[in-house]
Design a protein around this ligand. Structure first.
Ligand SMILES: CC(C)(COP(=O)(O)OP(=O)(O)OC[C@H]1O[C@@H](n2cnc3c(N)ncnc32)[C@H](O)[C@@H]1OP(=O)(O)O)[C@@H](O)C(=O)NCCC(=O)NCCS
Length: 241
């Protein structure tokens, strides 16, 4: 940790943080589809991530008592679809107000797919971990830092806290999905020891992973987890930026 990060503190996120989380999301992901639907759409998304049927670790980083970053991770069950279903009327209104954003950014095929999913019958979604992925992997759904303080160690502190929480909860590894063109984020993850997870054809579409050390001697982690993960390409979060 650099000296500049000495005053960073990380704590669990609460309901009262979600407005700040949404504003940070919009600032850090100015091009994201969700962000272009407005801060309120983003806030409602994080309400769903905090209170939906997930096993979530939600963290906020503060600098001088001000929220400057956040991380949401864990095991998510319908992080996007559940949100869309729970907010379908609100989102329909936002889409009507911003139709070009969705058509331009997502494409008509995905809009049609989303509409089909929204209109399908509600059921408790399954964890967003494909059968081929070990259940013991903690997914990082979102991490973002205020652009004004990026590069000052806040992201590192958030990831360290998430890793500690995941280890304490018995997870053997962590995984995430990043847009391959997001070189800043890819460099960030690689500097922390994350590795790219290749697809079967040897290509890379943004999946990354890291093995966690077990806090207890004799519990399989490290290379065991790494080997298991190498055999099983990891889950992909569904609104990557
Ligand atoms: C990616 C992000 C979370 C990193 O947080 P951050 O607070 O800026 O990162 P840190 O200052 O903790 O950097 C930790 C290490 O990552 C690497 N790193 C960070 N930013 C980097 C950059 N722009 N280029 C290269 N390496 C970088 C460095 O090795 C750094 O260590 P150092 O400071 O000792 O050199 C932040 O930049 C961000 O919010 N980006 C926009 C949102 C985003 O892309 N999120 C990830 C989506 S998958």
């Amino acid at each position: 940790m650099s000296d500049r990060s000495a005053t960073v503190s990380v704590r669990e996120a609460r309901d009262g943080d979600l407005q700040a989380v949404a504003e940070l999301h919009v600032a850090a992901f100015p091009e994201s589809v969700l962000g272009q639907l407005g801060v309120e759409a983003v806030r409602r998304n994080y309400v769903w991530q905090l209170h939906g049927p997930h096993d979530v670790t939600a963290l906020v980083a503060e600098l001088g008592g001000r929220p400057v970053g956040f991380l949401f991770g864990g095991v998510f069950r319908g992080s996007t679809i559940g949100f869309v279903k729970s907010q379908k009327f609100f989102l329909a209104g936002q889409v009507l107000r911003h139709p070009k954003v969705l058509v331009d950014r997502i494409g008509l095929d995905r809009v049609r797919l989303a509409l089909r999913l929204v209109s399908s019958r509600w059921s408790t979604p399954a964890p967003e971990v494909p059968d081929a992925v070990p259940r013991s992997s903690f997914g990082v759904l979102a991490i973002a830092v205020d652009p004004a303080v990026q590069g000052h160690g806040v992201g590192r502190e958030l990831m360290a806290s998430a890793s500690a929480a995941a280890t304490a909860e018995g997870f053997e590894a962590m995984h995430l999905s990043v847009h391959p063109d997001n070189l800043q984020a890819v460099s960030f993850y690689e500097s922390l020891g994350w590795r790219r997870t290749p697809e079967e054809d040897g290509g890379w579409v943004g999946r990354m992973r890291i093995a966690l050390e077990s806090p207890e001697p004799g519990v399989a982690t490290g290379e065991d987890s790494e080997a298991a993960l190498a055999q099983h390409p990891l889950d992909q979060t569904d609104d990557r930026d």
